[in-house]
Design a protein around this ligand. Structure first.
Ligand code: 5GP
Ligand code: MG
Length: 200
């Protein structure tokens, strides 16, 4: 683990076990609704870039007919560690009417990202919209936008975490565990620069 990572909050084995359980629950609850000629496949909508690792593991525990429609939402530009207001880049797919949609994100924090996505998706009158997040931060003062995740892997304290897809300034997404940074900054050895203009 990188020396800037102060402590491991959730080790990879625990993440894997929890994602398996989440996949089984989602399969039980959504599986019977999708796949027929009327409902069509489940539309899995991972929020790039943070949810890509979680979504990649989760979908392999959901053996139902599905399509994958990633969306890009920016909320933590550059070195910010709190949401600066969310915006969807390039919109969401336009054919969600009548479909069952599962939005998959890495972490629920202020609620702005998932609140915005839910509103934009619901405007198309889908059959259902559900939300799955790996992490949900406890907010003593409440969220900026009230969003409840239908499926949440772990409730965590309100600290900035990295790893398992979650970044700080584009770095640390490839850490296999979820950890807390000692002090914000790039990893201690940085062989390559991250891409410019990354999304949360
Ligand atoms: P929200 O819009 O709910 O404030 O935040 C959602 C997005 O912000 C997440 O998809 C995630 O990319 C980013 N985010 C929120 N909290 C954290 C955190 O503790 N660490 C990292 N790396 N990203 C976070
Ligand atoms: Mg991020």
């Amino acid at each position: 683990m990188d020396e800037r990572v102060e402590s491991i909050l959730i080790p990879r084995t625990q993440i894997a076990a929890r994602i398996r359980e989440m996949g089984q629950q989602i399969t039980r609850e959504i599986g019977p609704l999708v796949g027929g000629p009327e409902a069509g496949p489940l539309v899995m909508m991972p929020v790039l870039t943070g949810a890509m690792v979680f979504a990649a593991d989760l979908i392999r525990h959901i053996p139902v007919q599905m399509t994958i429609e990633p969306v890009t939402v920016s909320s933590y530009p550059g070195k910010a560690t709190s949401s600066q207001g969310a915006s969807i880049e390039g919109g969401v797919p336009a054919d969600l009417g009548g479909k069952h949609v599962l939005v998959v994100d890495d972490i629920l924090d202020s609620g702005r990202t998932l609140g915005l996505l839910r509103r934009v998706i619901e405007a198309q009158r889908p059959a259902s919209v559900r939300i799955a997040v790996l992490l949900a931060k406890e907010k003593a003062e409440g969220r900026d936008e009230e969003v409840v995740a239908d499926y949440a892997g772990f409730e965590i304290e309100d600290n900035f975490v990295v790893g398992y897809g979650l970044d700080y300034d584009g770095y640390y997404r490839n850490l296999p565990d979820i950890g807390v940074l000692r002090d914000p900054g790039p990893p201690s050895s940085t062989p390559t620069s991250p891409a410019q203009g990354h999304a949360s």
